[in-house]
Design a binder for this molecule. Structure first.
Ligand SMILES: NC(=O)c1ccc[n+]([C@@H]2O[C@H](COP(=O)([O-])OP(=O)(O)OC[C@H]3O[C@@H](n4cnc5c(N)ncnc54)[C@H](OP(=O)(O)O)[C@@H]3O)[C@@H](O)[C@H]2O)c1
Length: 306
């Protein structure tokens, strides 16, 4: 059973990742950080025994040190299995306009220097987990804006140069960590989440319901009522859902059963259903994933949700 820490977890992608992790049965402890814990209402609303919320301001060395102490107390001798550096800021400034050195430094500070100092302070905890279990992970939420190829793509006129510089530095940091910490069995990886509807991504973003985070998934009250009524009917007659599972290939049946168990439980958060359905597809062939997608639609119809 793993422990995972996510920075910048009070909103956007970090909140989505946290919600997703809480539904993952192989994760025992989720440590979610926020700059202002008091104000982190959506995060606190997740209300799970697995969830620990701690304060972390990524540009403040004192805050990083305190957070590392708190995490050490939470994870104890097992160490920290996964650290996700997600907190970030963006700036869109054309390079021929008026530039603020302080703003440029802030972007580099939050997106690259902060993750470096966090990695450094949490190294002993990651190393402890790696020595106990064989490996630990540090993951960085980077961006396509860091891509050297994208930077010169024809027609690419978005003024993201400063943000891109900070994420390119983050990518270099990750690559270097993967070399420097290799012998400790700590893996380092960067991820680009795609263009997601969050405060940063704006409402113009491509992924309205990003399956990996469900950052923006908010069902209407009408959908919630339909869902509850459909579930009540299925709880009264669970064989209806078993009949749908029986039609699936053997490889699809196990993940479908996990989804069924959640549907038949009293879980109230529809975003969790999406998260579990997506988590269940990880590592499966494209064919089985398609099969599960159609199965999920059938279940949604049975629930009166679609
Ligand atoms: N959205 C996209 O389309 C997109 C695309 C590519 C990559 N990304 C990357 O994905 C990550 C999350 O982005 P998002 O879209 O979820 O952004 P978001 O909605 O703006 O959320 C940013 C998060 O980072 C936290 N944060 C910012 N500065 C911080 C600091 N100094 N110390 C601690 N926490 C800080 C924020 O906390 P507060 O609430 O306290 O400000 C918030 O929790 C970022 O690294 C971003 O660069 C996003």
């Amino acid at each position: 059973m793993s422990s995972v820490l996510v920075t910048g977890a009070n909103r956007g992608i970090g909140l989505g990742i946290t919600r997703h992790l809480l539904t993952n049965s192989s994760v025992a402890t989720v440590i979610a950080t926020a700059r202002d814990v008091e104000a982190a209402k959506d995060l606190k609303a997740l209300d799970s025994p697995k969830l620990n919320i701690i304060q972390l301001e990524v540009v403040n060395e004192g805050s990083i040190a305190k957070a590392a102490e708190k995490v050490a107390a939470i994870v104890g001798d097992n160490g920290l299995d996964v650290l996700i550096n997600n907190a970030g800021i963006a700036v869109m400034e054309p390079l021929n306009g008026e530039l603020s050195k302080a703003k440029i430094i802030e972007v580099l500070d939050v997106n690259a220097i902060g993750p470096l100092l966090i990695a450094n302070k949490f190294y002993p905890l990651l190393k402890r987990a790696a020595s106990k279990k064989g490996s630990a992970q540090i993951a960085m939420i980077s961006s396509g804006a860091a891509s050297l190829d994208n930077a010169i793509r024809k027609g690419n006129r978005m003024p993201y140069s400063i943000y891109g510089m900070s994420k390119a530095a983050l990518n270099m940091l990750t690559r270097r960590l993967s070399v420097e910490w290799k012998d400790d069995n700590i893996r380092a990886t960067t991820f680009c989440p795609g263009w997601v509807k969050t405060d940063m991504g704006t409402q113009a973003a491509k992924y309205t319901k990003n399956p990996s985070t469900m950052a923006d998934f908010k069902p209407t009250p009408e959908q919630v009522e339909k869902f509850k009524a459909g579930r009540k009917a299925l709880q009264a007659n669970p064989t209806a859902i078993d009949g749908l599972i029986a039609k699936l290939s053997p490889a699809a049946q196990e993940p479908a059963k996990k989804f069924r168990d959640l549907v038949l439980s009293n879980e109230e958060d529809p975003a969790k259903f999406h998260a579990v359905a997506e988590a269940a597809k990880v590592g499966l062939s494209d064919e089985v994933k398609k099969e599960l997608e159609s199965h999920r639609k059938e279940v949604a119809v049975a629930l009166g949700f679609a």
